[in-house]
Design a binder for this molecule. Structure first.
Ligand SMILES: *[C@@H]1O[C@H](CO)[C@@H](O)[C@H](O)[C@H]1NC(C)=O
Ligand SMILES: *[C@@H]1O[C@H](CO)[C@@H](O)[C@H](O)[C@H]1NC(C)=O
Ligand SMILES: *[C@@H]1O[C@H](CO)[C@@H](O)[C@H](O)[C@H]1NC(C)=O
Ligand SMILES: *[C@@H]1O[C@H](CO)[C@@H](O)[C@H](O)[C@H]1NC(C)=O
Length: 413
């Protein structure tokens, strides 16, 4: 019994041994690498970025000693990944976008001192292990870069426990199918560092876009197709248009800044990136996959509160809805406005599949109408700033359904 347990434990620990890629060295569960050439802060930062890494970040006394271990004794100081906007630890921000240094810092007395400079260095001479701040451009030092650990795998791009593989242009559905055949998914991105790592794979490219695994789930929200939590976003809201898929911009000559995400049409082919766990074998004959196509227009069936203006449709529209569907649409507008609801298309099974519209936000609000059948375009106005629609189909016969736009409207314009 004990032997089996120990064997299982051994197997587990073998499978889960963290490794470092790109000549980085494992130090206290982090991957660090010392670069001995003295450069200014920006060049140091760029060099790390070429590996998808950042300048070293230090979160506790153990990390702080680890930096000393990799740096050795051949230099007086190194750059680290902290930048101060003021003379206070709460105004010093870590390069990996993880916040300020108030949880742990180890400044020498009188530092940070932004009058002298805003870039933080780590001393290896007199006050060894202590931090100071200095000019970013005209001071040069060696530096230490940091990468997360990963697992052994012979894939080309191995980062933080995942393998990333780049493929030539495809639209969303076939891109996701390709990824699933490799036991992965279109890439989901969960931190500024992961985003930066992916972007760093295209540093040599002039300009381009990378399809990533996000799709629109309602008017203003997106989700990862692999089901992981939407914990990080780099959407450039000024570049969010009507598309329901998402791409990352890279290179210098794009309208959207490099690394930022923007919405694209799901049927347009883009180069894409698959992501799968590192160190995991994909079965030789993976099961056939079918990806549910992303509708070109979201229906907003059952999505949370929808703010005017917008467009709602029956599920699958303009294709036929399914039998036994039930959908609710909660429309709202701001303050003293009313809602103007315009049905631009309406065709359901007469007397069986119907759309109800209520003047308010609840299922007991006044019924404005109960509609079914083919109806030519018509408009409705609410008396307040909310409207509730339901759509219900019975067990037989389907039709294209409806499409309706809604907007803020004032009786007293
Ligand atoms: C760095 O040096 C250059 C040229 O010597 C000078 O023009 C510039 O003002 C200096 N920058 C800082 C921040 O001291
Ligand atoms: C960039 O923006 C301009 C003006 O809005 C537009 O004409 C052009 O097509 C855009 N280029 C790309 C690559 O999206
Ligand atoms: C919408 O929500 C209702 C009630 O929660 C549920 O019964 C229905 O199946 C949902 N419709 C769709 C298309 O998911
Ligand atoms: C709408 O009409 C259908 C049949 O035409 C009926 O079954 C349903 O109860 C009506 N809904 C409301 C809210 O009156």
């Amino acid at each position: 019994m004990l032997v089996i347990f120990l064997l299982a434990l051994l197997q587990y620990s073998l499978a889960a041994t963290p490794i470092c890629t790109n000549g980085f060295q494992l130090v206290n569960d982090k991957c660090l690498r010392y670069f001995g050439t003295s450069t200014n802060h920006q060049t140091a930062e760029r060099t790390c970025m070429n590996y998808g890494a950042t300048l070293v970040t230090i979160r506790n006394a153990i990390d702080n000693r680890g930096v000393q271990t990799v740096s050795g004794t051949s230099t007086n100081s190194i750059w680290m990944g902290l930048y101060c906007f003021g003379n206070d630890v709460t105004r010093c921000l870590w390069d990996d976008a993880s916040g300020d240094s108030s949880a742990y810092s180890n400044f020498m007395a009188g530092y940070p001192q932004v009058q002298t400079g805003k870039c933080v260095f780590y001393s290896l001479s007199s006050s060894i292990g202590k931090w100071g701040s200095s000019d970013c451009e005209n001071t040069t030092r060696p530096f230490v870069c940091e990468l997360p650990t990963s697992y052994q795998d012979d894939c080309g791009n191995n980062y933080n426990g995942f393998c990333y593989t780049h493929y030539s242009p495809s639209p969303f559905v076939s891109a996701q199918e390709t990824c699933e055949q490799q036991c992965g998914n279109l890439v989901s991105i969960h931190s500024a560092n992961e985003n930066r790592y992916l972007n760093s794979l295209f540093l040599q490219s002039q300009s381009g876009s990378l399809l990533i695994g996000a799709t629109r789930s309602s008017r203003n929200s997106f989700s990862w197709f692999d089901g992981s939590l939407w914990s990080y976003s780099n959407l450039d809201t000024s570049a969010v248009s009507s598309g329901n898929c998402v791409a990352m911009s890279f290179g210098t000559s794009n309208n959207v800044s490099s690394g930022a995400w923007y919405t694209v049409d799901c049927s347009t082919p883009f180069g894409f990136m698959c992501k799968r766990p590192a160190g995991v074998q994909c079965p030789a004959n993976p099961p056939q996959v079918t990806v549910t196509p992303v509708p070109s227009n979201p229906s907003y069936c059952n999505s949370s509160l929808l703010m005017a203006p917008g467009t709602i449709t029956s599920p699958n529209y303009p294709r036929y809805y399914d039998n036994s569907q039930y959908c609710m649409y909660q429309l709202a507008t701001l303050g003293a406005y009313n809602i103007l609801l315009k049905f631009t298309f309406f065709s359901t099974e007469k007397s069986f599949d119907y759309v109800t519209v209520r003047d308010g936000d609840s299922s007991i609000s006044r019924l404005i109408g109960n509609y079914s059948g083919p109806i030519s375009p018509f408009s409705l106005v609410s008396s307040g700033n909310a409207m509730l629609l339901t759509f219900k189909s019975d067990r037989t016969n389907t039709f294209p359904g409806f499409s309706a736009s809604f907007s803020a409207y004032s009786y007293h314009q």
